[in-house]
Design a protein around this ligand. Structure first.
Ligand code: SF4
Length: 366
């Protein structure tokens, strides 16, 4: 569990079982829900209130984000990684060839991305501090900050001093999945490499927030263990960050684990109904926070969930270095995509539901 949470996994599980239909209805009436209201909405009893939850989430989403959906593209700059995450095809034990893009290659990838109007870029890399160095990341920002209005990072957790340099270089936002809040399971899934240190990863958003990052992304990987206890931890983590990093915005994501080549099987797969319950619950309790829907989900689900919960989605994603233009189709992708539509098809679907596509929602400060 999130270490600052005063309750054990067993206590949280018992609480979920005690929640009644009336408790759920009461939590749905509130305007500022607390941690227990979140649990009520995540509970088994809330399954019978999904229509009401969808309605309330839709109203709140509209209130805070209007009829808009922001779009971004991930840019994988390296799949070199010294970690051994059991559920990822980039892990050190996979014998596939590794690629780290040069600055020239990154510019070619960006040319291809920008042809689709995208103005918000997420730089993604495996964790290899000798290859994906602080200097390399800063150089990327120096080259791209005049091309994109928002640069985000999903790379190895850094120290606060490094985040200060990255912020100064031009990055505004950060995403770091905790993967699981269950420390024992975390050690099993991450047996070696820098990622094996649970606590260092856990306080990543705190260090980035203190360094000035304006958006802090939080998530766990759905499917690794019981989703209700993970969601309780995510909620506790979010309440903590809202207090400690009040100048930053929180951004939720709910990535479901997808098949990898070595056959890793998720112990507790999460279906779409559960995913929707979770996203609606977080939208209702944290209406001001951002929420991203992953390209791991199929087009129908993505088009539907941006009406009620998510406000942000990737379009035309490639999850391998060079995937947009430099073209490395033989390279190993990090996970399976279930929405392979071209960006224009994603935009059309958003508009067909009466929503507006937002390419740029932030003026770069540099
Ligand atoms: S999940 Fe990230 S850190 Fe783990 S092996 Fe994959 S790329 Fe490396």
């Amino acid at each position: 569990m999130f270490p600052l949470l005063k309750y054990s996994k067993e206590e949280i599980a018992k609480y979920y079982q005690r929640v009644t239909s009336d408790d759920v209805a009461r939590s749905l009436q509130k305007t500022n829900g607390n941690f227990f209201d979140l649990l009520n909405l995540l509970s088994p009893a809330a399954v019978f209130h999904l229509d009401a939850m969808r309605q309330k989430a839709t109203v709140l989403r509209r209130q805070y984000y209007g009829k808009t959906v922001s779009v971004f593209a991930p840019l994988y700059v390296s799949n070199s990684c010294i970690n051994s995450c059991r559920y990822c095809d980039f892990n050190i034990h996979h014998k596939s060839e590794r690629k780290t893009l040069t600055i020239e290659e990154i510019e070619r990838e960006c040319d291809a991305i920008q042809q689709h109007g995208i103005d918000s870029l997420l730089i993604v890399a495996g964790e290899n501090p000798k290859v994906v160095t602080l200097e390399y990341l800063c150089e990327i920002a120096h080259v791209l900050k005049t091309r994109f209005s928002c640069l985000s990072l999903e790379v190895a957790p850094q120290s606060q001093e490094a985040y200060e340099k990255l912020f100064e270089a031009g990055y505004e936002s950060l995403i770091c999945f905790q993967e699981t809040y269950d420390q024992e399971l975390y050690q099993y899934l991450h047996p070696a490499g820098p990622k094996s240190v649970y606590e260092y990863r856990l306080w990543t958003q705190l260090r980035a927030g203190k360094a000035g990052f304006r958006t802090l992304g939080v998530a766990f990987l759905l499917g690794l263990t019981d989703w209700r206890s993970e969601a309780a931890s995510l909620g506790a983590h979010a309440f903590y960050l809202l207090k400690e990093c009040y100048q930053s915005k929180l951004q939720f994501a709910f990535p479901r684990i997808t098949p990898v080549s070595d056959g890793f099987q998720p112990a507790a797969p999460v279906d779409e109904a559960v995913l929707e319950q979770m996203m609606l619950s977080f939208r209702i309790i944290f209406p001001q926070c951002g929420m991203t829907v992953s390209t791991r989900e199929n087009p129908e689900f993505r088009d539907r969930i941006v009406l009620s919960a998510a406000d942000n989605m990737s379009a035309g994603s490639r999850v391998t270095p060079g995937g947009y233009a430099v073209c490395a189709e033989e390279d190993v992708a990090q996970f399976t995509l279930n929405d392979s539509r071209a960006p224009e098809a994603v935009y059309q679907a958003i508009q067909a539901h009466g929503q507006e596509v937002v390419y740029k929602n932030w003026d770069s400060r540099i």
